[in-house]
Ligand binder design. Sequence first.
Ligand SMILES: NC(=O)c1ccc[n+]([C@@H]2O[C@H](COP(=O)([O-])OP(=O)(O)OC[C@H]3O[C@@H](n4cnc5c(N)ncnc54)[C@H](O)[C@@H]3O)[C@@H](O)[C@H]2O)c1
Length: 348
Amino acid sequence: MTLEPSKLAMVPFVSVENMMKFVHHIGIERVLCDLAHEIEADFKRWELFDKTPRVGSHSDVGVIELMPTSDGEMYGFKYVNGHPKNAGEGLQTVTAFGLLADVYSGYPVMLSEMTVLTALRTAAMSAVATKALAPKGAKIMAMIGNGAQSEFQCLAIKAYCGIETVRLYDIDPAATVKCAANLTTTGLRVEPCSSIEEVVEGAQIITTATADKDMQQILTDNHVGAGVHINAIGGDCPGKTELHRDIVSRSTVFVEYPPQTRIEGEIQQMDPDHPVTELWEVLAGKTNGRTSLNEVTLFDGVGFAIEDFSALRYVHSWIKDTPYFDDLDMIADPDDPRDLFGMLQRAK
Ligand SMILES: NC(=O)c1ccc[n+]([C@@H]2O[C@H](COP(=O)([O-])OP(=O)(O)OC[C@H]3O[C@@H](n4cnc5c(N)ncnc54)[C@H](O)[C@@H]3O)[C@@H](O)[C@H]2O)c1
C-alpha cells in the first residue's frame, strides 16, 4: 500500500508562469487567431451547449462570478472577478482561474490560471465579432480604455482582421503611454490621442474596454459615424455600461447569450425586448450580420462561458505534450474507492 498519490489523483495545472511560456512558445498572434477559430467553431455548434447566465455575487465594489458550460463531453467553468477600484490599489481589475472536466467520469482534466487566458479569449472574441460585422477592409481602430485588456484587443484584431492602425485613448494618460509602449514592436501604427473626439476620428472600428462601476457614457451618439463597428466589452455587469443609449438605439445589436446580456450588457439600458441578433446565428450562416455600408453594428460583448470553454479546451489540447504544466495531487484516489476513510487513516 502506497501513500504516494496515484496517476489518477493528478490533475494538470497550468500556472501563470506556464501560461506565459506556452503563449510565447506558440506566438501570441497565433494563439489569438487559434482561439478565435476555436470560439467560432464552438459558436457554430451553439445549440449543443448547456447555457445559463453566469452566477454573480455582487458587492458595492465589484463582482465575483462563476461561468459554467458543457458540450456533453467536457464540462468547464471559470471563476472571475471584476473590481474596477482594484487598479488604484495596485491590484488587477479582473483575475480568473478555470477548470475542465470529463463528463463521463466527472474527473477534472485540467486546472488553469485564466487571468491571462481571459484577456486572450476576450480579445479573440472581439476579433471574431469584428471579422463578422466590421466594414470590409477596415484598417483603423480606436481603442478606448488602455488598461489590462487593451493590447490584447489591438493585437487580436490586427492578427485576425487585418487592422493596421490603432488610435489610443484613456482618461489616465499613463495608461495610454503604457499601451503605446507595449505595442511598439507589433507592426501596428500606434496613435496616442488625448480626447474621445480625437480617438474616434477616421476609425472604422471602435473598441471600448473601460472599467468603472457605473452607467458611463464614454461614447455619445455624435462620436459614432455611419458604418462604424463597435465592440463594447467594458459594460459587463448590472449597473455598468459604456455607451449612451442613443448609440444602442441606432445600432444593430449583436450579443452572445441574450438572457445574460440583457442583465449585464449595454442593452440593460433598453426595453427588455429590445431587438438583438445572436452572434452564433451570424457565424453559422443562419442570419445576416452587417447588411449595409452605413449601418452601425454593435457587439455588446459581456463574455460568455462557451468562450472560456473553447479557451480551456485549446490549452488542454496543446499542453499535453509540453512541459508547460505541473501535476497537482487534487483527486483523492484510495486503492479501494469505498475506503476513503482508510486512506486518510493510513496517512497519519
Ligand atoms: N466582455 C468581456 O468578456 C470582458 C472580459 C474581461 C474584462 N472585461 C471588462 O473590460 C474592462 C476593462 O478591463 P481591464 O482589465 O482592461 O481593466 P483595467 O482597470 O486594467 O483598465 C481599464 C482602463 O479604463 C480606463 N477608463 C476608465 N474610465 C474611462 C473613461 N471614462 N474613458 C476612458 N478610459 C477610462 C482606466 O483609466 C483604465 O486604464 C472592465 O470593465 C472589465 O470588467 C470584459
